[in-house]
Design a binder for this molecule. Structure first.
Ligand code: AMP
Length: 144
């Protein structure tokens, strides 16, 4: 997928927003959704998206929507910090397949980093079990 690809309204995250496929939600407003990454690179790896902004990546998003999204990323990063006490937090965002993007609805990764644990691979391996994700999401939600 190139950097200037058209937005596909049937991408996985659009389906999650519509409720067509399930997700483990952490936080939701009229404009923002934060949910657990199903291939977590670490405990608490979650994603933050804008629900109305039909942007594939950083280049085609309206700057006001981006501002709303970034404020939510900061809020959720604080919540992850306060609830899970990681040693660091990586914020990631990929543009185009060559950069590692696999879902073409703009999103930010919040990836807690723990000094004694290696990060898992990006978007691969076996999906996490929903029960485990629900448990972590519940922990994260306590700090909202
Ligand atoms: P990216 O590769 O930056 O586009 O990130 C997409 C992320 O979405 C990856 O980290 C995947 O593990 C994650 N992902 C893919 N499908 C789902 C899903 N159904 N629910 C939650 N996360 C997903």
């Amino acid at each position: 997928m190139s950097l200037d690809a058209q937005y596909d309204p049937d991408n996985i995250f659009a389906k999650i927003i519509r409720g067509d496929i399930p997700s483990v939600k952490i936080y939701e407003t009229d404009s923002i959704l934060a949910f657990m990454d199903v291939f977590p690179q670490s405990e608490g790896h979650c994603l933050v998206i804008h629900k109305q902004a039909t942007a594939t990546n950083l280049f085609d998003v309206d700057s006001r929507d981006l501002a709303t999204l970034m404020a939510a990323v900061q809020k959720l990063a604080r919540v992850v910090r306060d609830s899970l006490a990681p040693d660091g937090i990586r914020i990631a965002q990929f543009n185009g397949a060559p950069a590692g993007q696999t879902v073409y609805h703009l999103h930010f990764h919040i990836i807690p980093v723990y000094e004694d644990r290696d990060l898992g691979a990006h978007a691969s391996g076996r999906p996490a079990d929903t029960q485990g994700l629900e448990k972590t999401a519940a922990k994260i939600r306590t700090a909202l």
